[in-house]
Design a protein around this ligand. Sequence first.
Ligand SMILES: [Zn+2]
Length: 77
Amino acid sequence: MACDICGAIGTPLNDLLPSYQTAEIKALCPACEKEVNAKSMQLMTWAQRIRESLTKRFMQERKGMLFSKKPAPKEAP
Ligand SMILES: [Zn+2]
């Protein structure tokens, strides 16, 4: 058995959680696992910032929709 990313042999392998497995990548050596975990944490931080930002935008847009003044009907010439 070899690491499914770097191909290292003679190293312990850790199975990925099923939700992270691909057709070709199912088990990683400790070095690859460390890199993947670091990237996953970075992506989680970015995703959290995007989620917070989009939720704030949604709230402001909803507030704007609820309290926006409707345009006055145009008077006939
Ligand atoms: Zn590896």
